[in-house]
Design a protein. Structure first.
Length: 326
């Protein structure tokens, strides 16, 4: 005996700007509706392009009682009239209709008020915030590997991001491919094997050399990374992560790596590596290094006219900070 179909949530809010996550949330809503009604159809419209009467027509139940999924894109551009119409419908949704409202989270007051109104009406919320921080990107990759049926460790996740870049679609595809090719376990070695020639010359390789003051090797790795088209922001992120990690570990003292791992919330392998990298760093030098990576982060995001030069200069400045002795 088959389990009864689950009725999909009639009003859903897809909130955020991360395109891949937004499309996945829409697809999940449609697939859930199809499970309840295999004949359910999908219709998409942009909120700025429709009027309240047109909205009423879109969400009217089918004459033949077929399921319908209505996706309203661009709700962050809603004016007061259409925002009020959407909110009003959400309070009394029609049977057999799933309304999916896609909203970036920004916009003017009517559009922002719409988010609160939909939540108040009981809409299911899918959070799709932009992924910008290294830790968020790492969490995404870990989840993608798990989603594909595999498992990984922190070192493998970092290696995959370093090999592939920051594009979520490429990361998702690479994670799924690695799980399929390795029958589950994804390791740093398997990443390097499948992405040989790129994983060894990208952001984290540059950072590992720069953090130990090896200027020549860091600059050589940077040149290779730039030739391969590695985004400047990824190299800047890697430099910042390396400096922050060394600063945290150095500030905690020479403790047992396992205890530091627990205290600092870092993988043990990362603590061990940072302990080795922290040798030779003076507190004042680390303070300078923190400012340097903050500067280069701003530079590669538009402050500097030449991001290549900004990264080269950051490496030279980090080497000088590493030599700081008082």
């Amino acid at each position: 005996m088959s389990a009864p179909a689950v009725t999909p949530v009639p009003v859903q809010l897809v909130l955020g700007e991360e395109e891949l996550l937004v499309e996945r949330a829409i697809r999940a809503a449609f697939e859930a509706a199809r499970l309840a009604d295999p004949a359910a159809e999908l219709t998409r419209a942009r909120v700025p392009d429709i009027t309240p009467p047109e909205l009423a027509e879109l969400v009217s139940p089918s004459l033949f009682a077929e399921g319908r999924v209505i996706v309203l894109d661009g709700a962050h551009e809603a004016g007061q009239e259409i925002a009020g119409a959407i909110a009003g419908y959400a309070r009394q949704p029609a049977d057999g209709v799933v309304l999916v409202v896609v909203h970036s989270g920004g916009g003017r007051k009517p559009a922002k008020d719409l988010v609160a109104a939909l939540k108040s009406a009981g809409a299911a919320v899918a959070e799709c915030a932009k992924i910008t921080k290294p830790a968020e990107r790492e969490a995404f990759v870990r989840n993608e590997i798990r989603r594909a049926g595999g498992k990984s460790d922190g070192e493998a996740v970092v290696a995959l991001i370093d090999a592939v870049g920051s594009d979520l679609r490429e990361l998702a595809a690479a994670a799924a491919q690695l799980v399929a090719d390795t029958d589950g376990p994804v390791t740093a070695e398997s990443v390097r094997r499948y992405h040989r020639g790129r994983a060894d010359v990208t952001g984290f390789a540059v950072a590992e050399k720069a953090i130990t003051g090896d200027v020549a090797a860091a600059l050589e790795s940077l040149r290779w990374a730039m030739q391969l088209g590695v985004p400047h922001v990824l190299v800047a992120d890697a430099l910042a992560d390396a400096v922050r990690t060394v600063a945290k570990v150095a500030g905690a003292g020479r403790a047992d790596p396992f205890r530091l791992s627990s205290e600092l919330g870092m993988p043990t392998w990362k603590v061990r590596k940072a302990l080795a990298q922290s040798k030779g760093w003076h507190p004042a030098g680390l303070a300078d290094a923190m400012q340097i990576v903050a500067d280069v982060n701003a530079d590669v995001k538009g402050v500097a006219a030449d991001p290549d030069y900004a990264l080269q200069n950051a490496i030279l400045r980090l080497a000088k900070a590493h030599r700081h002795t008082d």
